[in-house]
Write a protein that binds this ligand. Structure first.
Ligand SMILES: C[S@@+](CC[C@H](N)C(=O)[O-])C[C@H]1O[C@@H](n2cnc3c(N)ncnc32)[C@H](O)[C@@H]1O
Length: 219
């Protein structure tokens, strides 16, 4: 029963989100064209299916870890966390890259996406090339290997990451400049390390329900 409710809620949420995206963001023709090009590459297999096949090929136990941040939620995150055009935003596990194209067009900051799934990075790079977009880059990398020293903001939607992985990531974040903002979904980094202070906590909507978001600051 509750599974039916969650699916129904997600379907209704996606419908409303689609209308809000059309009304709020599709007036920007460059974004609209890029978004159509990106979506056209997932007509036969959506990002969830791409991710599932990748996880299966790696022999992972949990195949259903993929999810995307709704653009209206990303908008709220950008406002709440004061993300500005002067920022360099790294998305740690960027998936299809749609969020990076939004940041590039609407916040006008430099946006860098990192993901270890080749299909996501190849297709996002295709859209970047087709649209001749600057200020947005995609790196095919394990997030534990990425050099984040140029970042002023990191976004991590890693709700399904295991504690051991978050601890390793926090170790990787030791090199971050002091004052770097790290926005996390579901858990604050202060639970894992004393290298961060918690500046803000707020809630935001995802297809599966309300999530708590945390603005962590590298000390
Ligand atoms: C929940 S999805 C979030 C997608 C995107 N950030 C968003 O909010 O729309 C998590 C992403 O992290 C990526 N990921 C997980 N572990 C990773 C790793 N070790 N290195 C790079 N990417 C990873 C997955 O491939 C997936 O695309």
């Amino acid at each position: 029963m509750s599974l039916i409710f969650i699916n129904l809620r997600a379907t209704v949420f996606r419908l409303f989100e689609w209308v809000r995206v059309v009304v709020l963001y599709y007036r920007n023709l460059s974004f609209l064209l890029g978004d159509i090009l990106l979506a056209s590459q997932y007509l036969w297999r959506n990002p969830h299916q791409v991710s599932k096949a990748f996880m299966k090929s790696r022999g992972e136990r949990n195949l259903y870890t993929y999810g995307e941040t709704p653009l209206t939620t990303l908008d709220r995150i950008a406002r709440k966390c004061g993300i500005l055009s002067k920022d360099v935003v790294y998305e740690v596990g960027c998936g299809s890259g749609r969020t990076l194209f939004w940041l590039r067009h609407f916040v006008r900051c430099r946006a860098v996406g990192v993901d270890y799934q080749p299909t996501f990075i190849r297709r996002a790079n295709r859209v970047k090339q087709w649209r001749h977009l600057d200020q947005v880059d995609f790196l095919l990398e394990d997030m534990l290997q990425t050099d984040y020293r140029k970042a002023t903001v990191l976004y991590l939607y890693g709700t399904c990451l295991e504690d051991a992985m978050i601890e390793k990531l926090v170790g990787r974040f030791q090199d971050l400049k002091s004052g770097t903002k790290v926005v996390t979904v579901s858990y604050p980094l202060t639970d894992y390390s004393s290298d961060f202070s918690l500046a803000k906590q707020f809630s935001a909507s995802f297809p599966w329900g309300k999530a708590e978001l945390f603005l962590n600051i590298k000390i």
